[in-house]
Design a protein around this ligand. Structure first.
Ligand code: F0G
Length: 419
């Protein structure tokens, strides 16, 4: 495996610390051989069930007692990852559940609707898939600290994996703009947290300037191609669970790393002959923070938007760093970038919780919001990626008058309160 520029094709060894191409400045990716992908185990990934109870996780990650090394979940796919499983800094990420959602599917007019709950991951979001690989790489290159800008989940995840690895974590977050659960996680894992007087895009610019070329402070935003390698395993898992690729994958789109990672995983499986088709990729942004949707519709000259605003704070991003990779994923898959309003997002979040028992954070409900509004036909088997757990952002559900009634402490009063 090797690092390669997506634009000029320049290549670099895996040990070289780079965040963008040294020759032309564009994004890097990890080039993986089809042979490596063919070596992966076949069959349904363990710990991952469609619609049934979940078997216990394998012992590999929990018995490691402070040491590195892992086997299940993300690390089941180690042969196609750019770091060694024996060196892995792992908390047992991946092997998340894929739920068949019949009740919601009926309401939305989608015959085969699945939701992949990435909130099952150790810190409650998909970021853990990327962070286990990214922090393992940080150790490999001898970093002393790791750094990121974040709307919340990246910082929570990076702080946890840095703690496990014994590295210092530096996180830059937009002041007052991240959900309480995520901030609490970064605090608990003892990260150095700096609230920037600006938005995520300001924090992203600053952390890139802060991260050093010698890797002492190693940048772990999704511009880092090692992160995306971990995140591509979501695609592998979905295909292994379903036995082939779905027809459509719908997911929230913020900094645009995840859609790029998932598409990369799909293309690798396809090239290796493990799936018969490639799904359409649909990225859903919040209407107040939809630079890529506007750009791909030809409404602006670059995917950039000042002062992004939405209740879905995870995707309150105006200048997505990985937009080029995401645009390629969308175009090559004949997909699209869409946007939904905050009202539609909150309704979709309630729908998932009310009809399917799945509590996800607002950003994670954008795919359902889009399906409800558009009611598109001919999508076939649809997998929606619910990227983060609902408990990350309790304020979002509690801000509307909650369904709570008060009653005195007698049965009569209770009965009357219940009507
Ligand atoms: N969903 C959740 C829950 C997220 O936290 C994010 C991004 C996304 C979707 C969008 O993914 O950026 O790869 O397109 N959160 C980042 C963070 C930006 O800092 O936690 P993306």
């Amino acid at each position: 495996m090797i690092q390669r520029c997506i634009q000029c094709g320049a290549t670099y060894p895996l040990e070289r610390v780079l965040y963008t191409c040294a020759a032309c400045g564009d994004l890097l990716e990890i080039a993986v051989d089809a042979e490596d992908v063919r070596r992966l185990p076949t069959g349904a990934a363990s710990g991952e069930v469609a619609g049934g109870p979940r078997p216990a996780r394998g012992p590999a990650t929990t018995l490691a007692a402070g040491s590195a090394g892992a086997a299940g979940g993300v690390w089941r796919y180690a042969a196609a990852l750019p770091v060694e499983a024996a060196q892995a800094i792992s908390l047992g990420e991946g092997a998340t559940r894929l739920h068949r959602c019949e009740r919601l599917g009926r309401e939305l007019g989608v015959d085969a609707l699945y939701v992949k709950t990435e909130g099952d991951n150790p810190t409650g979001s998909f970021k853990d898939r990327g962070m286990t690989v990214g922090v393992t790489q940080a150790r490999r290159i001898g970093a002393q600290s790791v750094a990121c800008a974040s709307t919340g989940n990246t910082s929570a995840s990076m702080a946890a994996y840095a703690a496990k690895a014994g590295l210092e974590a530096v996180v830059l977050v937009p002041d007052g703009k991240i959900a309480m659960g995520k901030l609490a996680q970064a605090v608990a894992h003892a990260a150095r947290i700096v609230q920037i007087a600006g938005n995520f895009d300001d924090a992203m610019r600053l952390v890139q300037e802060l991260s050093s070329g010698d890797g002492r402070t190693y940048l772990l935003n999704s511009i880092n191609p090692f992160r995306l390698e971990g995140q591509k395993t979501l695609a592998y898992e979905v295909c292994d669970t379903l036995g082939d690729a779905p027809d459509t994958i719908v997911l929230p789109l913020g900094n645009a790393g995840n859609i790029s990672a998932i598409w990369k995983g799909i293309c690798e499986f396809h090239l290796a002959g493990r799936i018969s088709r490639r799904p359409r990729m649909i990225g859903v942004q919040a209407a107040g923070a939809a630079p890529l949707a506007a750009f791909l519709r030809g409404q602006c000259r670059e995917p950039r938007m000042a002062d992004p605003e939405t209740i879905a704070s995870a995707i309150r991003i105006g200048a997505p760093v990985s937009w080029k990779k995401a645009a390629a994923a969308i175009t090559d898959s004949r997909g699209s970038a869409e946007s939904v309003t905050d009202e539609e997002i909150l309704r979709a979040q309630r729908d998932l919780a009310r009809l399917e028992g799945l509590f996800v954070e607002p950003s994670s409900a954008t795919p359902i919001a889009w399906l409800r509004r558009e009611r598109p036909t001919g999508l076939g088997t649809v997998v929606c990626v619910a990227t983060g757990h609902g408990l990350k952002d309790p304020d979002a559900v509690l801000r509307e008058a909650p369904n709570i009634t008060k009653a005195g402490a007698t049965l009569t009063e209770l009965r009357s309160a219940l009507g």
